[in-house]
Design a binder for this molecule. Structure first.
Ligand code: ASP
Length: 329
């Protein structure tokens, strides 16, 4: 009996000591598809500044002992408000000259998840995805219905004109020209991926992941990519959190985020190997491309990509901000 009691005490204190022990980690991305080696220095500087800003906001939550979900939401909100990224304010245009935004979020500790697809007026889709997760019995809401729900939750709605930016408009004009010249497949290959995402590990040892996007330039027919789909663009469980960015159709077909996490937590494959395999082997084998950020419960993380660069940043166990664009940084 005494032994049993001692074991329980040890177990409770052991677990709580363990759960207090995690050093917070935050990893973010700002997309993988529009980067060229010769990107002008002014854009590089602006993007690095924006990534730093997002890391500061997200990491402040973790330092204050807030849950990983708060860090993910805070970092993504900053990136959504910044026109450099294809999410929120900088979202790309669809074929009809409209912005259709997608986002999702997942709590690794509870496997709760929320997503929204094809919203037009939600300033910060990640906040609506979180409301779907926390304040509705559903996981995925779409279009006008999702916006009706947003109204009931006091989520900021804006005039669709808010999402208009000259740069994205010109990208659409270029894609339409290529369409007219019968080069649509090439235009699609070009990508225009710029999705944003975050994965975080909090002091309690819990993981979360989130992703937000405008999708792909010139998308048609209500096309929805991987970003709002749990398992494809976003996934988190107790041991692994993933946010992807890339040619969404291939992330859907490989159920990329879930596939990486299953390799890590069920097959016990080293995290870097699992991430590399799915992003740099499985997806390219099918003809897709892109990248992902992957974080484990031990704070180890990976940022694989097979494009010319991926906007990314992290605050690792050293507590310092790092940002990168090109391979090897
Ligand atoms: N994955 C997104 C989509 O296909 C695009 C991106 O990552 O930029 O909608």
């Amino acid at each position: 009996m005494l032994h049993k009691f001692a074991a329980i005490v040890l177990c409770v204190f052991g677990v709580s000591a363990m759960s207090q022990a995690a050093t917070p980690v935050l990893v973010i991305h700002g997309g993988a598809g529009v980067i060229k080696k010769d990107m002008d220095p002014a854009t590089q500087k602006a993007v690095r500044g924006a990534l730093t800003n997002a890391l500061e906001h997200g990491y402040a939550q973790l330092k204050a002992g807030k849950p990983a979900l708060d860090a993910v939401t805070a970092a993504i909100t900053v990136l959504e408000d910044d026109p450099h990224f294809n999410a929120g304010k900088g979202a790309v245009f669809n074929h009809d000259g409209k912005n259709e935004l997608d986002a999702s979020i997942m709590d690794g500790a509870t496997l709760r998840a929320g997503g929204v697809a094809n919203v037009h007026r939600v300033k910060n889709p990640i906040l609506l995805a979180r409301a779907v997760m926390e304040r509705s019995p559903h996981v995925l809401m779409f279009g006008d219905g999702a916006e009706d729900f947003a109204k009931t939750q006091g989520i900021d709605l804006v005039d669709p004109k808010y999402f208009w930016t000259e740069k994205r408009w010109q990208e659409l004009q270029q894609a339409l020209k290529e369409d007219a010249a019968g080069q649509h497949a090439d235009a699609e290959k070009e990508g225009h991926f710029g999705t944003v995402g975050a994965v975080a590990l909090d002091k309690a040892g819990h993981l979360a992941a989130g992703t937000s996007t405008g999708g792909m330039t010139d998308k048609r027919f209500g096309r929805v990519g991987d970003s709002p789909i749990i398992g494809a663009g976003t996934y988190a469980n107790a041991g692994c959190a993933v946010s992807g960015t890339g040619w969404g159709e291939y992330y859907l077909r490989t159920v990329a985020a879930h596939e990486i996490c299953m390799r890590v937590t069920e097959m016990h494959q080293p995290l870097k190997e699992a991430a590399e395999y799915v992003i740099n082997k499985e997806i390219p084998k099918l003809g897709g491309d892109g990248g992902a950020i992957v974080l484990g419960a031990d704070g180890e993380f990976a940022t694989p990509f097979n494009t010319e660069g991926m906007f990314r940043g992290w605050v690792g166990k050293d507590g310092k901000i790092h940002v990168a664009i090109f391979p090897g940084e």
